[in-house]
Design a protein around this ligand. Structure first.
Ligand code: URP
Ligand code: ZN
Ligand code: ZN
Length: 460
């Protein structure tokens, strides 16, 4: 099948210009003015943006967590992502403590194969490091196309590793050309504050926020970057929320370290005042929690300074019924919220339309940088001849309102209910196939492919 997208504003991480884009099969075959080619399908993109398909490198689909499972699986989650212009996601495989990475990989292959509609890859979360796991890490990089390893400095007893394990993992990953990623919060400090609040009878969702103050994230981010420095390993901090943590990375970059930073849509746009209500605040119980307005300013500046390279979602939805698990105890509220669908539209509306970031920066942080950092550039994350034809035709002027009544995520509430947004995904191609048209998903479960990844690109 061939597709000709005519007369749109093609946007990459470095420039924007009016052109036609010609797709043959799964790849971009030509880009130019008034291309004189015949195509099976012609799309008029006049007054529209033509963007590289979004890449969300932080999602949790069908994930076992806190006694339940995140409510979007690979089918519903990647479908919702496509509706919002995200053509690829990177999910997290969780090693079970005491078990192998190989078994964990098999489990996640079972969740995704035949179900994913959009493309996907995996980070491997190492929750229990030893000599056997070290060998498996090498195997993952060399044979399985999994080059990023997630670590948790919190969630003790379930996911957390200690600093000794962290340093040992970094050494193996560094030697073999991978990347260590981290949930950087101080688990022991947080657990102490949770216990203290519970002993005082403080049970409401706001105590989730009060048990994870900024210092818990700033300290862990600094410790993580110091361990990276010690091992000469490249690293990536997921879901950064605050000024203190960003300053830790700023200091690390003064030592010329390779530390990449991801923030998420919600940390740029929502704040901790949402916890100042009764149990309703559970909708935004996530870790780390939402922060203050001054942190939003620091993060937007961090994006423009190049300190924050990626905006993901940490999509980890739970139904309202599941959130009730913590009705009488904030520490039992499943942590996470739905976000995969509206990342691109929210960031365009709040970032580009309101003049906080440029259009090219928008493409950088929603697609290109994730592709470069996670070793799949230029196959993914750009509009170039030979790249996968993952393309989004985006109406920059279309106004709409976000609501659980109309979203496609398998979650019965929205974290942004009633929010008015300017800019909407109109048509989406995934590897040249029509994925979204007129609000409908045209692809079936199983269309999504696993994307094997390699080393971080040298050009970031
Ligand atoms: O609250 C969150 N973030 N839930 C998902 C697990 C994690 O820490 O990313
Ligand atoms: Zn996390
Ligand atoms: Zn997460």
């Amino acid at each position: 099948m061939s597709v000709l997208i005519k007369n749109g504003k093609v946007v990459t991480a470095s420039e924007s210009y009016i052109a036609d884009v010609y797709v043959v099969g799964e790849k971009i075959a030509a880009i130019g003015k008034s291309l004189g080619v015949k195509a099976d399908k012609v799309i008029d993109a006049t007054d529209k943006l033509v963007l590289p398909g979004g890449i969300d490198p932080h999602v949790h689909l069908d994930m076992p967590f806190m006694g339940t499972y995140s409510s979007d699986d690979y089918e519903t989650g990647t479908r919702a992502a496509l509706h919002g212009g995200t053509t690829m996601v990177i999910d997290f495989i969780l090693q079970t403590q005491g078990d192998s990475l190989a078994n964990a990989l098999k489990t996640w292959q079972g969740k995704s194969k035949g179900k994913a509609i959009g493309d996907y890859s995996y980070h491997m979360a190492v929750t229990d490091f030893n000599d056997d796991v070290a060998k498996e890490v090498v195997h993952m990089i060399k044979k399985e196309g999994i080059s990023s390893f997630k670590t948790f400095m919190a969630y003790k007893g379930a996911l957390m590793i200690d600093d000794g394990q962290m340093v040992a993992l970094m050494k193996v990953v560094q030697k073999n050309g991978g990347l260590v990623t981290v949930h950087a919060t101080n688990g022991d400090m947080i657990d102490t504050l949770i216990a203290k609040n519970k002993a005082l009878g403080n049970r409401a969702p706001i105590y989730h926020y009060l048990s994870q103050p900024e210092v818990t994230e700033a300290e862990a981010s600094a410790r993580f970057t110091d361990m990276l420095h010690y091992t000469d390993c490249p690293g990536y901090i997921v879901h950064m929320t605050c000024e203190g943590a960003l300053n830790a990375v700023r200091r690390a970059t003064q030592r010329n370290q390779k530390v990449f930073v991801e923030t998420c849509t919600q940390y740029l746009m929502l704040d901790a005042s949402l916890y100042e209500q009764d149990f309703e605040g559970a909708k935004w119980v996530m870790s780390p929690p939402l922060r203050e307005k001054k942190d939003q300013t620091a993060l937007w500046s961090g994006i423009n300074q190049g300190l924050v390279q990626v905006v993901g979602t940490d999509h980890c939805p739970f139904m309202w019924e599941q959130k009730q698990m913590g009705k009488d105890d904030f520490s039992k509220i499943p942590n996470g919220h739905p976000g995969i669908e509206h990342r691109m539209e929210l960031l365009y509306s709040e970032g580009v339309r309101k003049g906080k970031i440029s259009l090219t920066k928008f493409v950088e942080v929603t697609s290109t940088n994730a592709s470069k950092i996670f070793g799949m550039y230029p196959k993914k994350g750009t509009i170039a001849i030979g790249s996968d034809a993952d393309l989004v035709i985006f109406d920059p002027d279309k106004e709409h309102t976000i609501s659980a009544k109309t979203h496609h995520m398998n979650c019965d509430y929205s974290a942004y209910e009633g929010k008015q947004v300017t800019g909407k995904t109109e048509t989406v191609l995934l590897r040249g196939a029509l994925a979204i048209e007129q609000g409908e998903c045209k692809l079936k479960a199983g269309h999504g492919q696993f994307v094997a990844r390699g080393k971080t690109s040298k050009v970031i």
